[in-house]
Write a protein that binds this ligand. Sequence first.
Ligand SMILES: [Fe+2]
Length: 284
Amino acid sequence: MTRLVQITDTHIQPPGERLYGLVDTSEHLRATIATIRRIRPTPDLVVITGDLVERADAESYAHFLELVSPLEMPVYVLPGNHDEPEMMASLLSHTTCFPVSDDTFQYAVEINGFRMLALNSHAGGSELPELDGEHLDWLKNELPRSDAPTLLAIHHPPMQTGIEFIDMGGSAWYQGLKTVLEGEHNVRLIICGHCHTDLVGRIANVPVYMSGAIAHQLVAARDMDVAPAFAAAPVPPVLHRLVDGEFVSGSYPWPADVEEQRIDRTSNIDWKDLKLQMMGSKAP
Ligand SMILES: [Fe+2]
């Protein structure tokens, strides 16, 4: 059984600073880490899909590491447009969370019967994504090395979302990835962030799960090119669980502190009886 928790876009700043002078992103991440620690069963790993910090500097990354340090399971990170991959490799080299070994700043990990390939869509000097030939060659080289069910983690969504300001990067940047995936059978899911909005889509035959952010949400209009609204609240962590060889994903993983609200307790009906009621005429 694999239980992977994803959070994204934490946008941590040096201690005491608020994002746009408004949002205490540190407090959002601190509370989220406490929530992840209460999830039962304990997740196998946590993946943070980029924009770890608002401004890439040593103080912000040190603060980020301090905030995630209470997590007892393995934690992996990858770069977003706000990060600097080279700086991450240097500042996180004393940890196991960014195990890169070449200048693509990508890596593979295999854990509990599944494989995660962390990609790097960061393009220097722009918030828009990039995945050049060197990055795709790394992926083409890694994919045949294992038959395990595989998840790709990347910061930018490799799909058109139908939201004008999110799609400014066009579709050309992920066509190479699409071609790789069309001949591939082990990749079950792509997870990403970047847009501070929850959305589900697809590239080739692979579902894409884009999680909302920990820092704040951008409430985006559909079919209208208007600036998004700002909502200063985090989303719950997403649980991607490998079930019968396929990933099943969703928010609100079972936390240890909802026992009192269980419907068998609030209704005073035994859980076994409630399940029989659900089965109705199909009950044995
Ligand atoms: Fe972000």
